[in-house]
Design a protein. Structure first.
Length: 136
């Protein structure tokens, strides 16, 4: 397991930051998630914001989905292009996915969106690890 980064530097926290990503960013969606992305030249790395509504489930289910999304994003963050803000919106089927497949399912769905949106960093010559999923 990977150690978590300290503090909230990698998170979107203000509603104005979310609004900017929603209004000016690009969106990509699948059955479980919607990914919004917007370039942010001020950020050193990538920042993440999460939106999980009550349609996903009760507080316990929503918190589980958020925890899994944060972990899935941390597992994929090293392969992303830097300097972007991302907002992930969980659709109602995301709760079922989290319950059925856990972290593997959530991470797979998130990776699918990142690939579809084209946010993988270009791997260095001879480096195959950037585009292959990490083993847990």
């Amino acid at each position: 397991m990977r150690p978590r980064s300290s503090g909230r530097g990698g998170r979107l926290s203000r509603s104005a930051e979310f609004e900017r990503v929603y209004r000016h960013g690009r969106s990509t969606a699948n059955r479980h998630l919607v990914l919004y992305a917007f370039p942010n030249s001020d950020a050193e790395g990538c920042r993440l914001g999460l939106s999980v509504s009550r349609k996903v489930g009760g507080a316990v289910e929503r918190n589980r989905v958020k925890r899994l999304l944060r972990e899935a994003f941390a597992n994929t963050e090293s392969g992303l292009r830097e300097g972007h803000d991302f907002v992930v919106v969980a659709r109602p089927p995301a709760g079922d996915l989290a319950e059925r497949e856990g972290l593997a399912g959530v991470e797979s769905s998130l990776r699918e969106l990142i690939e579809k949106a084209g946010f993988w960093a270009q791997p260095a010559a001879g480096d195959e690890s950037a585009d292959t999923p990490e083993e847990a």
